[in-house]
Write a protein that binds this ligand. Structure first.
Ligand code: ADP
Ligand code: MG
Length: 368
């Protein structure tokens, strides 16, 4: 029987997984190099080590019954050393660590991605620049690996921008993907969990608003026609089946006309799923734990409309409990509040989305 869960990565996602697991009586060992990290604060034990330290990973292996991760950039040597206790395996990590591989896999699953071009060498970039002159358009060039919250992205409006990127920003040692800039009606996301028995469950679709490429708000239920909601759920199940998912997969989508285009995947609970902590019968973190422990999955039913508001380092007034009133505040225990760093979130519940949004506006303006 599983008694102790090991978590690779001690950030907020690890912390919220651990809190859900603790409620179910599990013990937690976390591996993270930062003392007093968000998950370390609430774990039974922290192994203080770098993420590529295979010996430390073996210590984690010996001290728990099952292992999961909270981030996609898990060193693959480490993941492979942990396979005996990693029901999620390393396959989904391999896919989601590289945007090019990820997009190929999404297409193999029969789903749409944005139009993109893989820039894998300086020669290929040179040819791409020549071709671009014949077909100039707005692009976003993203590093294939390691980007998050808009980091590693270059917006290209014209040939001057592209030439500047080639001269000043391009690093031939790394791979990029040049995506056509997509005009979408809405950004959506959907979180799906699956256990080893193949039981699959999908959470309600979230409508996401970004500011400066960082998630600002998630609105649930997403304001969509029923058939689009159904389409998004089908995308999630199709991908989960295609990759033989164990654990959690979050899918970011663009709604373009009446079509859904997959933007990116995350092999873990997702910021846009934090609303589930207060608005669903089962949270995405509890469901993730159930999935990796091969327990029966919980009910994902939405019990109330909800707007989730992210708290970034600059939002000092949102970290003050006295300002938040009855709303559901979640703080991650981060020591330093840097601009743009995710410090916590607030779930605002009410009988309608409009009422939630009014309350959220009040919170945002509570520093004036
Ligand atoms: P990250 O890993 O940083 O979250 P994303 O690919 O999700 O990277 O990009 C962050 C945000 O930038 C998206 O949520 C979306 O708002 C915007 N964005 C990304 N790609 C495109 C695109 N091809 N066209 C238009 N907007 C985009
Ligand atoms: Mg994203």
């Amino acid at each position: 029987m599983i008694q102790t869960i090991g978590i690779l990565g001690g950030g907020q996602l690890g912390r919220m997984m651990a809190l859900a697991a603790r409620a179910m009586g599990y013990k937690i060992v976390v591996l993270d190099p930062t003392p007093n990290c968000p998950c370390g604060q609430i774990a039974d034990k922290q192994i203080l080590a770098e993420f590529d330290d295979v010996d430390a990973a073996k210590e984690l292996l010996d001290s728990c019954d099952v292992i999961t991760y909270e981030f996609e950039n898990v060193n693959l040597n480490v993941a492979n050393a942990l396979l005996a206790k990693l029901p999620q395996t390393s396959r989904l990590l391999e896919i989601t660590q590289n945007r090019i591989v990820e997009k190929e896999e999404i297409r193999k699953a029969g789903l749409k991605t944005v139009e993109y071009f893989a820039i894998t060498s300086a020669d290929i970039l040179e040819q791409f620049v020549i071709d671009y002159k014949k077909n100039p358009r707005k692009l976003i060039i993203k590093t294939a690996q390691g980007g998050y919250d808009g980091k590693g992205q270059n917006v290209i409006n014209n040939i001057e921008d592209l030439s500047l990127f080639e001269k000043a920003n391009y690093n031939p040692k790394i791979q990029y993907v040049a995506e056509d800039f997509t005009k979408f009606e809405k950004e959506l996301s959907v979180v799906v969990c699956r256990n080893k028995n193949g039981e699959t469950s999908v959470f309600p679709v979230a409508e996401n608003i970004h500011k400066n490429q960082i998630l600002f708000q998630s609105i649930v239920p997403a304001r969509l026609p029923d058939d689009v909601e159904k389409m998004a759920v089908n995308v999630a199940t199709q991908l989960a089946t295609h990759i033989n998912l164990v654990g959690t997969l979050a899918i970011e989508l663009f709604l373009c006309g009446d079509k859904l285009v997959v933007n990116e995947l995350a092999p873990r609970p997702h910021n846009s799923g934090h609303y589930t902590m207060n608005a669903c019968i089962t949270s995405q973190f509890e469901q993730h734990i159930r999935a990796v422990c091969n327990l029966k999955l919980g009910d994902t039913k939405l019990v109330s409309p909800c707007v989730m508001l992210n708290i970034l380092g600059e939002d000092k007034h949102l970290m003050n409990r006295e300002n938040i009133g009855k709303h559901k505040l979640h703080l991650y225990g981060k020591v330093e509040a840097k601009n743009g760093r995710k410090m916590g979130h607030i779930n605002v519940l009410a009988d309608s989305i409009d009422k939630c949004l009014i309350e959220v506006e009040k919170l945002i303006n509570s520093n004036q």
